[in-house]
Design a protein around this ligand. Sequence first.
Ligand code: SF4
Length: 227
Amino acid sequence: MSLETWKELEEEILACRKCERLVAWREQVAATKRKAFREQLYWGKPVLGFGDYQAEMLIVGLAPGAHGANRTGRMFTGDSSGDFLYRALYKAGFSNQPNASHRDDGLQLRNVYISAVCRCVPPLNKPTPSEVRNCIPYLHREIALLHNLRVVVALGRIAFEQVVTYFGLSPKPAFQHGGCYRGGLPAITILASYHPSRQNTQTGRLTEQMFDQIWAQAKSFLVRSIH
Ligand code: SF4
């Protein structure tokens, strides 16, 4: 497939208004803003996947953060979850810089593509099952375009369940941090990690060391050098 096909998919996602509740919420958050960002123009639209179209590794999160990706317009950019994720990816060699503050900050990913189950911010970070059903075909289409895919890292239970369903793992494994599975044809590796949400990182449920181990493990399944 050509880049043109990525372009078509991205244009379709950007124009999507399938989920009435999420369209209203993403626009409301963008209009009301957080005080610290009141001078900024919020993105307030569906957020596209981000990274290397030739990637061997895909990271799947849940949905844009209200004042992170829904503000900046790039996955995991501009909030504490993103700070935690991008620092870890940089340490592991997957990016050219450890920080992600806005869309034009120069961040480049190497051999990794980042996407999510839902492209629009949900109230309380909780998409409904029907909203997930509406949005998940976009992730499936991205997976089909990632021709070099070898590893998928699912951040959190919802992403993990969607990924193991897509790759047809049977019986379905229960989510556990560090879980590692094989599925699909041709087979790819699926790794489960706690989501780097503030709730998980500030309580110590997910430490930097635990997260570093996920990326070290993921790297062991890749062929292309990232250094
Ligand atoms: S969450 Fe996905 S399906 Fe729903 S409106 Fe946003 S882009 Fe469309």
